[in-house]
Ligand binder design. Structure first.
Ligand SMILES: [Zn+2]
Length: 195
């Protein structure tokens, strides 16, 4: 292919994508990615995708929260999204301290975690009188494999997400820049030699 043909193709594809998106249709892969806000996950490179191929939701931990469910609900019902991929990662700050430590720290700076209002725009959304619930809301975790596996089940359990939506989760190894499945070890050359 001549270079100008390649460039023209690229321009046409981008134009088609832009007009499709303006009319309210999905991204190229009909894909939603949920991942941690940690900058060490280069999400496009990690999955080998381009900007136009996925919607992306990032939060602390890449865990299923009410806002993830809200966003996923809109994606699957109104944006033709058919697949959801959750990417958690090793060395996540969400494993650095416990939920109790976070709640204690909030209390120490004068924040009352009893009857905690979660969203000023929706005052009805209140976490009632239980620091245990606040801890669950903050969502600190200890085991990345366990957490990664559970996120799929949590999303599937939501009545707002239809059963036909394909949901999978993976772990990004920040140390080696590799993806792996939960509880699956990355096979290295050294491992192969010992077998
Ligand atoms: Zn993280």
């Amino acid at each position: 292919m001549l270079m100008h043909e390649y460039i023209d193709n690229e321009i046409n594809e981008k134009r088609e994508w832009a007009s499709r998106r303006k009319s309210g249709h999905s991204n190229d892969r009909q894909l939603l990615i949920i991942t941690c806000m940690d900058e060490r996950i280069p999400i496009y490179e990690a999955l080998g995708i381009a900007t136009e191929e996925a919607h992306i939701f990032r939060n602390a931990g890449g865990i299923i929260t009410d806002d993830v469910i809200r966003s996923a609900m809109l994606c699957v019902h109104f944006l033709d999204i058919r697949e959801i991929i959750i990417i958690n990662h090793t060395d996540c700050e969400m494993m650095a301290i416990s939920g109790s430590t976070v709640v204690d720290a909030l209390n120490q700076i004068g924040i009352n975690t009893d009857d905690m209002q979660l969203n000023p725009a929706l005052p009805e959304l209140i976490l009632k009188d239980q620091s245990e619930h606040v801890k669950q809301w903050i969502g600190m975790f200890e085991n990345i494999d366990d957490t990664c596996e559970k996120q799929v089940a949590l999303l599937q359990a939501s009545e707002l997400i239809p059963n036909h939506i394909v949901i999978n989760s993976y772990i990004w190894q920040v140390e080696s820049s590799n993806l792996r499945r939960p509880y699956e070890k990355i096979v290295t050359d050294a491992d192969d030699n010992t077998q």
